[in-house]
Design a protein around this ligand. Sequence first.
Ligand SMILES: [Fe+2]
Ligand SMILES: [Fe+2]
Length: 474
Amino acid sequence: MDSDLSKLGNNLVTKLHVLMRISQIYDSKNVALHQFIQESLQTINALIKREGSFSLKIVKDDFFLNGQRLRYSVEGFTSFKYLLTQWKKRFIGEVIFKNPVDERILKDFVYTLINLEEGGKENAPLFQVQLKSRQITSIEVNPLEVVEGEEDAFTLQKEDQREVAKKVFFETIGTIKQVITHIKSRQYADVRKLKRLAQRAVHLVIEDESILLGMTTIKNYDEYTFNHSVNVSIYSLAMGKRMGFSKRTLTELGVTALVHDIGKSRIPREILNKPAALDEEEWGVMKKHPLMGVETILNLKQLGEINPRMVVGIFDHHIKSDLSGYPKLFRKKDVSLFGRIVQIADSYDAMTTPRIYKKTPYTPEQALAIMLRERNVHFDPLLLKIFISLVGIYPIGSLVILNTHELGIVYKPNHDPRWLDRPTLILVDRDGEGKVKKAVVDLTTTDGAGHYPRSIVKTLDPYQYHIDIAKYFL
Ligand SMILES: [Fe+2]
Ligand SMILES: [Fe+2]
């Protein structure tokens, strides 16, 4: 699909999502609706102008725009999921816009849609009749095609673990975003929801950490703060698991990591997004974020969800073990365990993510090398060891070249000390249609004669090879 069409398609899904939400709050005569309707009309009519007519259709768990699958972006995920669930619940599988529409038609369409009974299998023909009775011929609605063996179309029971992990990951990004926006506008921020998501993440990490760890390779440039918080949380949880933390402590650690930078919500955008190095004054402001984070957390209504261990973790996540870093302390104090864990996760994620002032980040292995050099001074050496054993000497997401001249992406490190250099890889390969093939190979596999057919020669920089690592983990 060409990028303009894909952009319009994503836009359409977002607009329909907002519109459905809004129409559940306001009645159809409310003036607040006008602006949203206008914005949606722009997108719909732009698509009609371009495509003549268009169909938005659900096939299994995806939307297809005029027969081509829409790929969602990180920021679009919530909208996709919402629209998909809402349509499926009402057994609506396809909407076709045949001619340009105006405000009245779109309003009628949306309100008829939200008023359909959930679970009503005859909704689509019913909808069609209702549209006709209002003289609307430019929109056609078709029923959901239920795939065989998938009787209960709108339950998500059959998702495998990867799907669940994906959902938790994107949902957490969405929620942390919401919490921060609410804090900024002094609205009620739902910390309990964060806790629930952290609990689910703890579950996933306990079962199979490599799936969530793989998600950390999704480095979304625009959504840095939210994406970063979730990644730091995943790394912290995986470390906590190694250290034998209880589920309860893990959940506390997960939430601490999610909100570790929440103080940044009170730092001006110009400083946060400055494309160059900060001057002294700006640094002064930036260094206040741990303390502001503590203040923010203590001001939350659901303070019951927060305990002192978490508050301290937020406070000292930038204090180094030699007490350099910030905030400046006047008396010697040990950095808390949560603080030390978050610090390692934080530095690693920051170094391996492209930022506005550093577009080519460090490769995973470069980042680990730098952290190792700074151990004793900046990091807890023991915790760093745990972290390295976790991501492996070839960390998850590293691009490697093999003796067979194939390229591979590290998918799962090998934790057996004898085989640290033999992780499981996904081979970088495409099928006849140019689609990414996901062939998984375990480098400890031997041939009949006991030889290893594949070995890693060295790591490569994915940016030089224009390889989007995250694609292989989704
Ligand atoms: Fe921070
Ligand atoms: Fe951070």
